[in-house]
Design a protein around this ligand. Structure first.
Ligand SMILES: Nc1ncnc2c1ncn2[C@@H]1O[C@H](COP(=O)(O)OP(=O)(O)OP(=O)(O)O)[C@@H](O)[C@H]1O
Length: 555
C-alpha cells in the first residue's frame, strides 16, 4: 500500500500541487502513520469480527437451551448500550481526525527547524521558534484534553455496562431456581453464556474508541486518495483547458527545399510559444499574450522586476502551472533517430501528442529524457552520496541500499522497480566514475573530492557545501545529462562573476541552448536575445513584454 500511494503521490507532480497550493495537510503523515494504522486496525477488526461470530454460534445454543427469553433481554440491553455509546462518543471521530492533524503539524514544525537550522541560528530565532512550536503543541494538547474527556465519559458508561452483565442473567433466571425448575449451577452457566454473547453483540460499545480512531484514519486516507485520483490526467474533464504543453517529436530532418537547402528555422527550432498568458493559481495574469520562438543556440535571457512573473513563465514551461491559456511546443529529438543525415531523405517534422507516448496531456513522465533540463532557483541536494548527487535526476543507483549501507536480501515485491517503459529506455547511458571526476573538474569542484575522500561518502550536502558550490554541482548534473535545452532560474546567483563566466562557457561548449532568468548585468554577455517582462495593470489586456536582440559588442 505504501508503494501504491508513493507512486501516485510522486506522479503528475501531485506532491508539488499539494505543497504549493496547500490542498491537504501533512501528506507524509498520511503515507506513514495513517497507512500503518489503517492496515493494523483493518486486520484487528477482521480478527475480532471472526472470533465474535464463532463465539456467538457456540454460546447461542447453550443460552437458548437454558431460557429463551434471555435472548430478548440481551437484544434490548445491547441495542440500548450501543445507542448510548454512540451518543456519548459521537465527537470522537472528528477529535481523532484533528489530533492526527495537529500532531503532524507539530512534528512538521520540528522538521522545519532541523531543515533550516543554519538560517534560524543566524537569525537567533530560537525564542520565536519555541513560541511557534509551543503554539502547535498547545493546540495538539488542547485537542487531546477534549479527546480524553470524551473517552472518559465513554469509559464510565462502558464499565457500568460490563458490570451489569453479571447481575442481569442471574436476576432473570432466579425465579426459575426458587421455583425449583433449574439447578443452582445453571445460574452460573447462564451468566457465562450471556456475557459471551453480549460481548459479541456489544462490539460497538466495547470498541467504540478504536472504531472512531479507525474512522478518522479512513477519513484522512479517503481525502488523500480522492486528491491523488483527481490529479490523474485521466480524470480531467477537459484536457484542452489551460496552457497546453506539447512535446513535438522531431523524427528526422525536414525535407530539403528545391535547391537542396533546409530552411534554417525548421532545422533549429527548439521552442515555440504561441499566445501564452500565464496566470497564478489564484487567477492573476502575470505574462500576457506572449509569442516567441527559440532556436538552437539562440540563448534567451528573461529579465524584469521582482514579482513580474519570470519564474512563473518557467513554471508554465515545465508544466508545473497550467493556469492561463496558450501553447508551448518543445521540439524534442527522438533518441533512436538522433543522428539523422540529410541524405536519409526521410521527411517532415512529426508532432507527436499521442496518448500512447506522452499521456493524454502530451507530457512525458520525465522531461530530462526529452533533452530538456531545468535548474531551479534553490539548489536541491538529495540525501545520499556525492555520486548520487551528480547522477540526479537522470540516473539512480541500481541497488536500493538500506540505511546502514547493506543491500537488502530477499525478494520483497515493493523493492522491485517497475519494468522500464519504452520511454525510460531513452535515458542517456550512465556516466562512469571517470566521467563524474571529469565533470567535477569542469565545474571547478574537484577539490571537494579530496575533502570528502571519495564519490561514495554520504553527507548532509546542503549543509556541508556552500550555496555557490551547490549551484556548481547543479551545473555538473546538467553537463552530465547533455540536454538540448536548459532552463536556468537564477542558477548562478550565488556565484562570483569568474565562475559564472566559466560555467556559461562550459554549457555553451557542450552545445546546450539555454534560457536564463536573472537580474545581473553580466548575464547579457552570454545571451543573444532578451525577453523583458514588465509589471502592468492586472486588468490591462495589452502584452506586458518586449523582446530585443543583445549585441555582444555593445554590452
Ligand atoms: N502559488 C502561488 N499562488 C499565487 N501567487 C503566486 C504563487 N507563486 C507566486 N505567486 C505570485 O506570482 C508573482 C510572480 O512570481 P514569480 O516567482 O514568477 O516572480 P519573479 O519575477 O520570478 O520574481 P523574482 O525576480 O523576485 O524571483 C508574484 O507576485 C508572486 O507573489
Amino acid at each position: 500500500m505504501t508503494k501504491y500511494y508513493l507512486d501516485r503521490y510522486l506522479s503528475n507532480q501531485t506532491f508539488y500541487k499539494i505543497q504549493s497550493q496547500s490542498i491537504i495537510d501533512n501528506p507524509d503523515q498520511r503515507i506513514v502513520d495513517d497507512l500503518n494504522s489503517f492496515t493494523e486496525s483493518a486486520l484487528y477488526f477482521s480478527e475480532t469480527l471472526f472470533s465474535a461470530v464463532i463465539d456467538l454460534i457456540s454460546f447461542s445454543n447453550i443460552l437458548f437451551s437454558i431460557y429463551p427469553p434471555l435472548f430478548v433481554v440481551l437484544f434490548v440491553y445491547s441495542i440500548g448500550g450501543t445507542v448510548i455509546s454512540i451518543f456519548l462518543g459521537k465527537n470522537l471521530v472528528s477529535l481523532n481526525f484533528m489530533q492526527e492533524k495537529k500532531e503532524a503539524d507539530f512534528r512538521y514544525g520540528l522538521v522545519r527547524v532541523r531543515e533550516n537550522a543554519e538560517s534560524i541560528a543566524f537569525y537567533s530565532g530560537e525564542a520565536n521558534e519555541m513560541q511557534f512550536l509551543l503554539q502547535r503543541f498547545t493546540s495538539a494538547f488542547k485537542n487531546m484534553s477534549k479527546l480524553l474527556i470524551c473517552s472518559r465519559n465513554l469509559e464510565f458508561f462502558t464499565s457500568g455496562y460490563s458490570f451489569l452483565i453479571q447481575i442481569i442473567p442471574a436476576a432473570v433466571v432466579a425465579p426459575m431456581y426458587f421455583s425449583g425448575k433449574i439447578a443452582f449451577g445453571v445460574i452460573n452457566q447462564s451468566v457465562s453464556a450471556f456475557s459471551h454473547i453480549l460481548a459479541d453483540f456489544s462490539l460497538i460499545v466495547y470498541q467504540f474508541e478504536t472504531i472512531s480512531a479507525f474512522a478518522a484514519v479512513i477519513d484522512r486516507l479517503g481525502e488523500f486518495d480522492n486528491l491523488l485520483d483527481s490529479s490523474n490526467p485521466k480524470h480531467h474533464s477537459d484536457p484542452s483547458e489551460g496552457i497546453s504543453l506539447i512535446y513535438s517529436n522531431v523524427k528526422s530532418l525536414p525535407e530539403p527545399e528545391s535547391n537542396g537547402s533546409i530552411p534554417i528555422e525548421k532545422l533549429q527550432k527548439l521552442v515555440d510559444i504561441e499566445h501564452l498568458t500565464v496566470e497564478t493559481p489564484s487567477g492573476t495574469a502575470l505574462v500576457r499574450n506572449l509569442s516567441l520562438v527559440i532556436n538552437k543556440n539562440e540563448h534567451l535571457l528573461v529579465t524584469g522586476p521582482s514579482g513580474s512573473g519570470k519564474t512563473s513563465l518557467l513554471r508554465a514551461m515545465c508544466g508545473l502551472w497550467s493556469t492561463g491559456k496558450g501553447k508551448i511546443i518543445f521540439y524534442v529529438k527522438d533518441v533512436e533517430d538522433n543522428q539523422p543525415s540529410i541524405s536519409s531523405g526521410v521527411v517532415a517534422l512529426e508532432v507527436d501528442t499521442g496518448s500512447d507516448k506522452y499521456g493524454e496531456l502530451g507530457r512525458p513522465s520525465n522531461r530530462n529524457y526529452e533533452g530538456i533540463f531545468f535548474l531551479p532557483q534553490k539548489p536541491y541536494m538529495v540525501l545520499g552520496t556525492l555520486r548520487q548527487q551528480l547522477l540526479y535526476p537522470t540516473w539512480a543507483e541500481d541497488a536500493i541500499s538500506t540505511a546502514d549501507g547493506t543491500k537488502p536480501t530477499g525478494s520483497l515485491p515493493f523493492l522491485k522497480q517497475a519494468p522500464k517503459s519504452e520511454h525510460t529506455s531513452q535515458k542517456p547511458s550512465k556516466p562512469t566514475t571517470e566521467d563524474l571526476i571529469q565533470v567535477l573538474e569542469d565545474v571547478r569542484l574537484s577539490y571537494i573530492l579530496s575533502r570528502f575522500s571519495s564519490l561514495d561518502t554520504s553527507h548532509e550536502w546542503s549543509s556541508v557545501l556552500s550555496l555557490g558550490e551547490q549551484q556548481r554541482l547543479a551545473f555538473a548534473r546538467l553537463l552530465l545529462s547533455k540536454p538540448q535545452l536548459v532552463i536556468l532560474d537564477e542558477s548562478t546567483s550565488a556565484l562570483d562573476e569568474a565562475n559564472e563566466v566559466h560555467l556559461y562557457k562550459q554549457i555553451e561548449k557542450a552545445g546546450i541552448t539555454y534560457i536564463s532568468v536573472g537580474h545581473r548585468q553580466t548575464l547579457y554577455d552570454f545571451h543573444k536575445k532578451n525577453l523583458r517582462i514588465s509589471t502592468k495593470e492586472p486588468s490591462s489586456a495589452e502584452p506586458n513584454w518586449s523582446i530585443e536582440s543583445i549585441d555582444r559588442e555593445t554590452v
